[in-house]
Design a protein around this ligand. Structure first.
Ligand code: SAH
Length: 210
């Protein structure tokens, strides 16, 4: 890995740390993951910029701060089981993996699922499983999860995802249509209920029905 990418990554994480509210274990995980390795070549120069990046197939890698916020909000550590909907580049999954989580990630676009699985394998990440499919159904056989992180926005909460978070677990999900303001909601599952514990205005690609 080059000195330039190392420096850029340290600067990216320092900028997130300055904004505050993100636990040090999450910052440490983001310091470890070579984000540029998961950005397609044509946009690699943007890998450490404070912005979302187009990765093809109608998908975008979220802005680094949003990844930090969502990872922190999931409130997970080593050994936690996490479901991610929307594998995209595999970056969010790699950050969760660097935290020591067992990650189950579902992607609906075949090219993205294949590329992410290959990139994660190349980087030696062995605690992420990628499955091709419609994330609305979650990953029932691997449930319940300590946290569910959705990285594409549905207009309403998909019921299966709410059910696959364990009691006491977290559900982190952007919600809203494409022509209206979206809100990232962080829910804690309390028994059968979901209680909102944090929100943030966001902009995500739609969770498609496949
Ligand atoms: N977490 C990704 C960001 C992905 S952008 C990263 O770290 O790079 C949102 C992703 O959700 C896209 O890859 C898109 O193809 C995927 N997606 C959209 N609808 C989906 C669905 N119904 N099921 C699974 N994935 C979906």
């Amino acid at each position: 890995m080059s000195v330039a990418t190392d420096k850029a990554r340290v600067a990216m994480v320092e900028a997130i740390a300055r904004r505050g509210g993100v636990r040090s274990c999450v910052l440490e995980a983001m310091r470890k993951v070579p984000r540029h390795e998961l950005v397609p070549e044509w946009n690699r120069h943007l890998a450490y910029a404070d912005r979302a990046i187009s990765i093809g197939g109608g998908a975008t890698m979220s802005q680094p701060y949003i990844v930090a916020f969502m990872t922190d909000a999931a409130d997970v550590g080593p050994g936690a089981r996490v479901l991610e909907i929307g594998t995209g580049s595999g970056y969010q999954a790699a950050v969760l993996a660097a935290l020591g989580c067992e990650v189950y990630s579902v992607e609906v676009v075949p090219e993205l699922a294949n590329r992410a699985a290959a990139d994660l394998a190349r980087l030696g990440v062995d605690n992420v499983k990628v499955r091709l499919g419609d994330g609305h159904a979650g990953w029932a056989e691997a449930a319940p999860f300590d946290a569910v992180i959705v990285t594409a926005a549905p207009p309403e909460l998909p019921q299966a995802l709410a059910e696959q978070a364990r009691p006491g677990g977290r559900l982190v999900i952007p919600m809203g249509g494409q022509d209206e303001p979206q809100t990232l909601r962080v829910f804690e599952r309390v028994g059968g209920d979901l209680r909102v514990c944090k929100t943030l205005p966001v902009r995500f690609v739609p969770l498609t029905r496949g």
